[in-house]
Design a protein around this ligand. Structure first.
Ligand code: SF4
Length: 316
């Protein structure tokens, strides 16, 4: 798999494209993630010709059920159509990206809780979605998306980046050409990862894969991807990780001494109780994997869903 690409709101990469000529550089994105991803920077407000510097815009309820991006300097200037059109035009050009990091709170780029003004006297409510971002997520519902502010939360950060790497693997599979065998192999590698997020979806995915050869293969693969991405967005918990780790331990039970088993069980329980991060029992399992190779377990993306150097599981 080649280095995944992530689309990013340009201002988060230090580009001076904000209304005041400044930026909102995210050090995590530009210093840490840049080691693992290629970025596609996009600023919709500059792209539609608003220039730098420029008057600010905000989301306003201009009529019932109609939210518009309105200039603060001149309320007769409305940029909704341009932003939406640019989103629609850009989405097909992002087929090669595996994720998108948006700038929070922006009337163009924010994914949720953007301020919406209703009438001159009222306080804004945080119920809006940036108009450009809304078009991107409508056109690309399976693409992993996140706001930079939420990446400060270790659980949300790990979840987003796990989905980005997964989506990149899916894109590689798709680019080779869908096949029933390929889908079975893809799903087999993904089993414990999905189980650690959502067990009912894990079971439903198994049913889709079993029938993948019946009917339209492309439709079945797309249905699988939709459900897979939905399942992977559900956050893991120590209890769910412990359940998966117990399953994995079952594959080694004939090889492990009683002391080894006891130690692994102790670490799995310690993680379930919140005493150690999940990386602790996984590190011991990875040691056993080297000692007692098992093709099925070695193929599971669960054990290394993203580069260990990102240390995403050290806080879970
Ligand atoms: S939030 Fe979006 S529109 Fe605003 S400066 Fe950043 S990239 Fe441009």
């Amino acid at each position: 798999m080649s280095r995944p690409k992530i689309a990013v709101s340009s201002c988060l990469l230090g580009h001076e494209v904000r209304f005041d000529g400044g930026h909102k550089n995210s050090r995590y994105v530009s210093d840490v993630l840049s080691e693992y991803f290629d970025f596609v920077p996009l600023c919709p407000e500059v792209a539609i010709g608003l220039g730098v510097p420029r008057p600010t815009i905000r989301l306003v309820e201009t009529s019932p059920n109609m939210i518009d991006a309105v200039s603060n300097a001149d309320t007769s200037l409305i940029y909704s159509d341009q932003l939406r059109r640019y989103g629609k035009k850009t989405a097909p050009q992002l087929a090669h990206v595996s994720g998108y990091i948006f700038k929070k709170d922006s009337p163009s780029c924010g994914l949720s809780r953007v301020k919406v003004y209703r009438g001159a006297q009222k306080m804004p409510e945080r119920v809006g979605v940036g108009l450009y971002a809304e078009e991107i997520i409508k056109a690309m519902p399976n693409l992993p998306v996140e706001e930079e502010g939420r990446l400060q939360d270790s659980r949300l950060r790990e979840n987003f980046l796990e989905r980005v790497f997964l989506y990149a693997r899916w894109q590689a599979f798709r680019d080779e050409g869908y096949s029933s065998r390929g889908l079975v192999a893809f799903h087999t590698a993904q089993k414990f990862a999905v189980l650690s997020h959502d067990e009912p979806i894990y079971r439903e995915l198994g049913r889709i894969v079993a029938k993948a050869g019946e009917g339209d293969l492309e439709e079945n693969c797309e249905a699988y991807l939709k459900l897979l991405m939905e399942g992977m967005e559900v956050l893991t918990t120590p209890k769910k990780h412990a359940n998966v780790l117990m399953h994995i331990m079952g594959f080694f039970k004939e090889s492990l001494s009683s002391d080894d088993k006891a130690e692994l069980l102790r670490l799995i329980d310690a993680h379930r109780e919140g005493l150690v991060p999940v990386i602790v029992p996984i590190t011991l399992i990875n040691y056993f994997r080297k000692k007692y190779p098992n093709e099925y377990i070695d193929g599971q993306t669960y054990l290394e869903p993203h580069p260990p150097e990102l240390m995403l599981r050290n806080m879970l």
